[in-house]
Design a protein around this ligand. Sequence first.
Ligand SMILES: [Zn+2]
Length: 254
Amino acid sequence: MSEPLTVTGIVLAAAPSGEYDKRLVLLTRERGRITAFARGVRRTGSPMMAAANPFVFGQFVVYEGRTAYTLAQVQATHYFTELASEFPGVYYGFYFLEFADYYGREEKPEKDMLNLLYLSCRALVNPRLDNRLIRCIFELRAMVINGEYPNIFSCALCGSKEGLGVYSASRGGLICRNCLSAMPKEESGISVCEALVYTMQFVASCEMKKLFTFTLADEVLREFEMVMRRHVERYTDKKFKSLEVLEMMLGQRV
Ligand SMILES: [Zn+2]
């Protein structure tokens, strides 16, 4: 057996495996997204039972095998058990985990995504923050971290930093009002107000700990939701199962 390795990370997913085991997907700072088998954790009294669950952050001691890792020990720092009773907050949380899983790769450093997930989970259990806003902020910043973010600092057509007023999915970002008149009608995008332009620029570039420190007027938030929904649909090639569940819960279209 290989030497034990300690990684810092979060459990993104946990599925039963065999009679008493679980197959975990971990997002780790050191090794990126890895699969680890937690043997015997479904036996009563297993010391790792509580830790082999989604949303658990901590240090994981693993042994590297040929195709997967084996989990030997967990020192959990946060369980986010309070999130389980948040409704529909926990469904937002599962969506964030699936989103991180989508972008996760083995050996890809995930320090920023881990930090974003941690702050987003904390935000979800904070009753003063609107889950819809947390979702938009999470999606935008996660896409920035993974290099798929909309062009929001200058017009995608002419490069102007002034008069940005429309989001176009086909152009991958904001375009200015001057260029809008030259666009074919079928490419018409989503009108965005100045407050949203500023908000998106802030979310894309601010210090991570400042992400969840503001609120938005409802009409601005609605625009933010429309832009992020369109952008995620266009620039990810996956239907997120947890998102379908969330939107069903919220009575929105899927
Ligand atoms: Zn322009």
